[in-house]
Design a binder for this molecule. Structure first.
Ligand code: GCU
Length: 677
């Protein structure tokens, strides 16, 4: 049967041997579930899932003591109906208890949405034909697990590759929110609890009456899934939209204006999550316009949100995009720490500084942003990108969990103590109560959500890692494959292998050794354009000339960026010998003939890696072709089309990059593939 991908990993396809599961409960009990509450949704979802997976229709009751039931509800409701249970004390906010016994299943959430998470977990096990009897508590790593959508009011999406917006059209929130609700369902199944629906380059017209009513509609559509709505704000709204003479964050009339707008939103959306703010970045207005600090700016929103319990996600992506390349000391990578370090401790409690994972901008390989180690008295969250802005849009398969894991597991050694990024964004390291993750997803109206079936593994992995960063990239992809494509062993192994090889392959045929992605950075962020990486005001530079390449970010001779890391890490990056090869050109400017730890020269590594990476991309086609007949035809054909495209484009990448550096350096390829032979 044809499958268009719209159900993503929630297909509830029949399992091969349904009778193997003898103890399937005979009724569903959804406790105290008022219509459109997450527990109600959980009941519906269990009914639908069990019907799909086992072909068995179960009835839903809202109370019941029958022995053969699956009971879902909040801890409070459970206790009222069945009495105390031991695991109650182990539940954190949004956490759930799942217990699968022979004739009884209990799914108990610390709150409503937690019960829904537990129901999705149970269904995920069933859909993967995992029928083992288990009993465990699962708590989130951090409270903030959001997605950001860069949708514009006109329906276009900045850096979106899957068609127009599912939220906006012609300047307004859409009337029909069906697809928005379906998206919330997908997100709830991976325990995402917030959606910021509009572009960080925000349009103040979102705050007009008609759009605030629209926000209400969207929030109503998200609420049954326990997903809260948030919006991006334009800092200059009081002036541009409100007609005030100023947007100075310390002007009392501005404060009052924001308080009014915020109250208006809450009167329509009582569980509104909060604001996301991009200020003083890439031409956006902000507090610096009035010589106020970024903290002054963030706290202004925090004050307006405080009475309602909302939070401000204030982005650390602040930099000057008119940097002069001729100055060897200039470095965009230094900007975040320079702007924020003196503000540590000056942000209100309901402000979270949202930090892109690396110091530049979603490149194929970056070290973690040093800002994670500089803010100890500030709530922080990491910003990841599911939409493949610099990583081949969704035309290239690049499974990102391994890359995110490297960042999350990176130990920054703050005060010479274990300080993994994942523990900094949770309360574990600095004891900050708020924190977590945000991912820029940019789904669109394309039935596959992201414009590619395989790209959906990244959205799935994002949710899993936001909940539990200790999860392994390979385990995540295996679960996703079983849920997405079923049980064929060859499909499982093949798609796992393709996915696990995909990030290294993309790195190999785009920008390796930490030189950045080498894609066009002036307009499209797509396809090879190494020449665009220098002499631009954006500060994304490689400093390639005829003899040498790389950014010198050392303290002794360069931009000093290495010194922004805590001492142990700074020392590692300061020295060529201790800098890992894959970040060599991020931190050092070296001759093309510099030897790597492998013994190869930098230039020969470039040539070889580009051939290797492009060759790997060719194998994805044959690997996928080996699955013909083992996957429904529609998805088989659509993925094949993508893989053939990627294989071709990988060759374009290989030859463009290699020829460019050959022309630049004049150094021949030892294997005689590159150049004028
Ligand atoms: C990148 C991206 C922009 C985006 C910006 C941001 O530079 O290309 O489209 O607005 O990041 O994250 O704010």
């Amino acid at each position: 049967k044809a499958e268009d991908g719209s159900h993503a990993w929630l297909r509830y396809a029949p399992v091969p041997n349904p009778n193997g599961y003898r103890s399937l409960p005979s009724t569903i009990v959804a406790l105290n579930s008022s219509k459109s509450s997450p527990v109600y949704t959980a009941g519906q979802e269990l009914q639908k899932g069990i019907k799909g997976i086992f072909g068995k229709s179960l009835s839903i009751n809202d109370t019941g003591k029958g022995p053969s039931s699956v009971v879902v509800g909040t801890a409070e409701a459970y206790k009222k109906n069945y009495g105390e249970f031991d695991e109650a004390d182990a539940l954190d906010e949004d956490g759930f208890f799942l217990s699968i016994e022979e004739r009884r299943v209990r799914i108990i959430g610390q709150n409503q949405r937690a019960a829904l998470y537990g129901a999705f977990e149970y269904l995920s096990r069933l859909a993967q034909a995992n029928f083992s009897l288990v009993s465990y508590v699962s708590n989130p790593h951090a409270p903030i697990r959001w997605v950001n959508e860069w949708d514009n009011l006109d329906g276009s999406i900045e850096r979106g590759y899957a068609g127009p917006s599912i939220f906006f059209r012609d300047g307004y929130v859409m009337e029909n929110v069906t697809r928005a609700a379906e998206y919330a369902r997908l997100l709830a199944s991976i325990r995402v609890n917030g959606i910021v629906i509009n572009n960080v380059n925000a349009n103040a017209a979102l705050l007009n009456e008609r759009n605030i009513a629209g926000l209400g509609r969207l929030a109503d559509a998200f609420r049954p899934y326990g997903v809260q709505l948030g919006i991006s704000l334009n800092f200059a709204s009081p002036q541009d939209f409100g007609g005030l003479p100023t947007f100075d964050p310390l002007d009392p009339t501005v404060d009052v204006w924001w308080a009014n707008v915020t109250n208006k939103i809450y009167s329509r959306v009582s569980d509104f999550a909060g604001f996301l703010v991009k200020a003083n970045s890439e031409g956006q207005p902000g507090p610096l316009t009035y010589n106020r600090t970024l903290a002054d700016g963030a706290n202004m929103f925090a004050r307006a949100l405080k009475p309602h319990g909302g939070i401000v996600m204030f982005r650390a992506f602040v930099y000057d995009h008119h940097l002069t390349p001729s100055n060897w000391k200039n470095d965009r990578a230094n900007a975040a720490v320079e702007f924020f370090k003196d503000l540590d401790g000056k942000f209100d409690d309901n402000v979270v500084v949202q930090i892109k994972y690396g110091p530049i901008d979603f490149q194929v390989r970056e070290p973690p942003s040093p800002l994670f180690s500089a803010l100890r008295k500030t709530n922080t969250a990491i910003e990841l990108q599911v939409t493949q802005e610099y990583l081949g849009h969704q035309d290239h398969l690049v499974y990102l969990a391994p890359m995110w894991k490297e960042i999350l597991e990176f130990d920054l050694r703050v005060d010479n103590r274990p300080s993994k990024v994942k523990d900094i964004i949770s309360s574990a390291r600095f004891n900050r109560p708020l924190g977590g993750s945000a991912a820029v997803v940019n789904v669109g109206t394309n039935t596959t959500w992201l414009g590619s079936h395989l790209a959906m593994s990244n959205l799935y992995a994002y949710g899993i890692l936001a909940w539990n960063p200790a999860a392994q990239a390979e385990d995540i992809i295996r679960d996703w494959i079983r849920l997405t494509f079923g049980f064929n062993r060859q499909v499982l192994d093949t798609v796992t292998e393709m996915s696990m090889k995909s990030w290294p392959a993309y790195e190999n045929y785009s920008g390796n050794l930490g030189v950045q992605t080498l894609t066009d950075i002036l307009y499209t962020h797509y396809g090879p354009n190494p020449a665009s990486q220098d002499n631009n005001g954006w500060g994304q530079w490689t400093r390639a000339d005829s003899v040498s390449i790389g950014m010198d970010r050392t303290v002794k001779n360069g931009t000093g960026n290495a010194g922004q890391y805590p001492p142990e890490i700074a020392m590692m990056f300061e020295n060529i010998e201790t800098t890992p090869d894959n970040l060599l050109l991020w931190f050092h400017h070296v001759p093309y003939t510099q030897r790597l730890k492998s013994g190869k020269t930098v230039i020969q590594h470039f040539y070889d890696a580009h051939y290797e990476g492009a060759a790997t991309a060719q194998t994805f086609v044959t690997m996928w072709e080996s699955l013909k007949g083992k996957i429904d035809e529609q998805r088989y054909d659509e993925v094949l089309f993508e893989q053939v495209y990627q294989a071709g484009h990988a060759l374009v990448w290989r030859d463009s990059i290699n020829q460019f550096y050959y022309n630049m350096s004049g150094i021949p390829d030892q294997a005689k593939r590159v150049g004028n032979h």
